[in-house]
Design a protein around this ligand. Sequence first.
Ligand SMILES: [Zn+2]
Length: 349
Amino acid sequence: MKCIRDRRLAALVSTMVLGCTALTGGAAAHSPDPVLAGGPFAQNQALKFSWRSGSVPIAAIQTAVKAAAADVGATRGSQAATFTYATSGGNPIGYGLGATCGVNGIACFTRTAPTSFTMWLREQGHVFDWGTMKWCQTYATPPTGCYDAETIALDEFGHVEGLDHHVNYADGSDYLDAVVQTFSHTKPQVGWNMHTFGRCDIATLQRVYDMLTWSAKYSTCNQLSTTLSLVGPASLVYGGSATITATLKVTDAAAYDRLGGNPLTGRVVTLQTRAPGATTWLSAGTMSAGSTSGTYLKTLILTADIQARAVFRAPTDEGLGASTSATATIDVGACRVAPCPMSASARSQ
Ligand SMILES: [Zn+2]
């Protein structure tokens, strides 16, 4: 649900506030959004909504709700369910006096995953204990203190997906990391007209619904460990070519839900080599993409024993940690066809 934010009136609305702050996940501040009970919808489930009979939203609210539905599709960053209007859509969205929201709720939802959902928005001019409902979309010039209906509907769609309210830092400095907020802001406070999911909304959507592609970016509100493995030939003839294959994945941790074990393609993985016994690793360059998702290849022509490892550095633009593979050793045989380098020739005696 969506709650009013005026804390001066907390005493008046204590029941509502309790309802809005009850969390199922016990999330720490600034984690990915907590998850509501009831389970998810199917991946990419196409949910159709229509206007509730007898409670059809006014035109400006219809436009805002449809825009919020499009915002979900544009910014979900995951295989979360999508929402589109259809005249015969089985999930009703209502507006006005019939709203079943809590006494001070400006909008509310129900979800019965993976079957259905409902949504309600209060009518323009609804009188609460704290004041009168003003939807920004109903004004040519939205006044101070109005609620943006697209932002509020996006909060509700986020709940339908299964997101609970983001837990902000005490100072609220991370407010823009989520649109699914206990207290939505009114114009002109920060985030009052946010029309995208925030990174901590997306982080949970990714964990619950998984990624759209293996090369898609992981939300920086997630901090996922990665694992890197390396395979190469154990031995090689002198001057032969060794193809070394690294595989990069999200660590297969239960806490990562659907993300655990995902292959990571399109990332930068470098190969490092050294002579056995040496302490310093040297870069052998960036590995190229293999044909299997999450694999990276490098071919080396070798005339001496070598050790190799793959390295993935933590990107700054997504929530993945660094990883380094185990070290592989490749034994290279002696030179048997002239001309041979003196050192190799000598070593073969
Ligand atoms: Zn809410």
